[in-house]
Design a protein around this ligand. Structure first.
Ligand SMILES: Cc1ncc(COP(=O)(O)O)c(C=O)c1O
Length: 393
């Protein structure tokens, strides 16, 4: 008799088919492998190299033997650097005891949700939302209550619509500001209002702020900085985007000490610490980043302005001006095509890959998302091809 393999329900949930929105991306990669001239505007991985001083710093720590186990919640030096950063940008002082380090924001969000949610608990999330959230919520078997945002209002958060979705089963309100894919920033007053609303209902407010350092029209104010009380507020951030360190896997959680204690048990069980030399270099990165983060921010802003300028002359496309982040959402409904069809046909006709809005939720199905993680020369060629394609519609 052959062995009959059985697997957990968790793996079944995680391997459930997605909505096919990554088909264009997968096909673009395949075309590129086959030597075709494809421009990838679908990726959210910074095209910049990790700044040289950070690399040198990591290598120096590798050389002195920082290659052993580290505390489950992270090295004190890095936790302190994160706490200091948080204190600088908020009226609330942040203590080291409120910080936990994880290998990336994705792992951090998963850890937080594992510690806060049981199967069937409800998480309210505005949509379109970052694609990674869906599988995390599947992993913890939570019920996602998606709050559609209005394309016509450029996806501005409707606070009353969010509040209206709260039920007795709501445990978490999950926000993302600055947002992927929309590039919008949730105003501090709204964060404050929602933080208090959650608190009164014993609901956690969890906020993913990984694009906090790339704002273009006005600064970012975090959920923690916006609220009066911190006992139900959790912030997630990381170095993937801000420091072009996506492959280093560095993220963190800032949360009340009672949640940090739970996260410690979780991290001890599942991770057993993050690499020492990477944490050393991450602390160095946070303490010495004034110049290079600003250079990348300025470059992204220039790219945004360049692409928005080009889009103005392209028929049937409306680009929304992102106030932050690395993406531009475009409404393509005037072409008569859905975002899915537009993306598929653009790839076939011109070899440019963009993400159909539906990947982020049904309310963005008339949109596609353009990424800014390409240099200006590439973006210029991409816009020329986009223009040629739209002329034919
Ligand atoms: C909103 C958002 N959160 C989290 C992540 C993932 O971050 P990390 O690389 O730190 O896991 C991304 C990556 O695209 C993102 O857009």
């Amino acid at each position: 008799m052959p062995f009959k393999a059985t697997f957990s329900k968790l793996t079944g949930r995680l391997s459930a088919p997605d909505n096919g929105s990554w088909e264009v991306h997968d096909r673009a990669l395949e075309m590129q492998r086959n030597g075709e001239d494809v421009i990838l505007l679908c990726v959210g991985d910074p095209d910049f190299r990790t700044p040289e001083p950070i690399i040198d710093n990591a290598v120096s720590y590798l050389r002195v033997g920082r290659t052993h186990y580290s505390p489950a919640l992270g090295e004190i030096k890095l936790r302190r650097a994160i706490a200091d950063l948080e204190t600088q940008s908020s009226p609330h002082v942040c203590a080291v005891e409120e910080v936990a380090v994880f290998p990336g924001a994705t792992a951090a969000v998963h850890a937080v949700m594992t510690c806060l949610l049981d199967a069937g608990d409800e998480v309210v999330i505005p949509e379109p939302m970052y694609v990674g959230y869906t599988s995390i919520m599947r992993a913890v078997d939570a019920r996602v209550i998606a709050v559609p945002l209005d394309v016509k209002a450029e996806f501005a958060l409707d606070v009353e619509a969010v509040k209206a979705e709260f039920t007795a089963a709501t445990r978490v309100l999950f926000l993302n500001t600055p947002g992927n894919p929309t590039g919008s920033i949730i105003p501090a007053a709204q964060l404050r209002d929602l933080g208090e609303f959650c608190r009164q209902r014993n609901v956690w407010l969890v906020c993913d702020e990984v694009y906090s350092m790339f704002t273009y029209d006005g600064g970012h104010r975090s959920a923690r900085a916006s609220v009066e009380h911190l006992d139900n507020v959790v912030m997630v951030d990381g170095l993937s985007k801000s420091h072009a360190m996506s492959g280093w896997r560095v993220g963190w959680v800032v949360a009340p000490p009672n949640l940090i204690e739970r996260l410690a048990c979780y991290a001890q069980t599942t991770l057993f610490g993050c690499p020492q030399f990477i944490q050393d270099a991450s602390a160095f990165a946070l303490e010495n980043d004034q110049v290079y983060v600003e250079q990348m921010r300025v470059e992204y802003r220039e790219r945004r302005d360049f692409v928005l300028g080009q889009l103005e002359d392209i028929p049937h496309i409306r680009g929304f001006r992102p106030r932050a982040g690395m993406f531009i959402m475009c409404d393509v409904s005037a072409t008569g095509l859905s975002g899915n069809d537009f993306a598929a046909r653009l790839l076939d006709a011109e070899g440019v890959s963009v993400v159909p809005g539906e990947a982020f939720g049904p309310s963005a199905q008339s949109c596609v998302r353009l990424g800014l993680a390409q240099n200006k020369a590439v973006l210029k060629r991409a816009c020329q091809r986009l223009s040629r394609f739209c002329e034919t519609l």
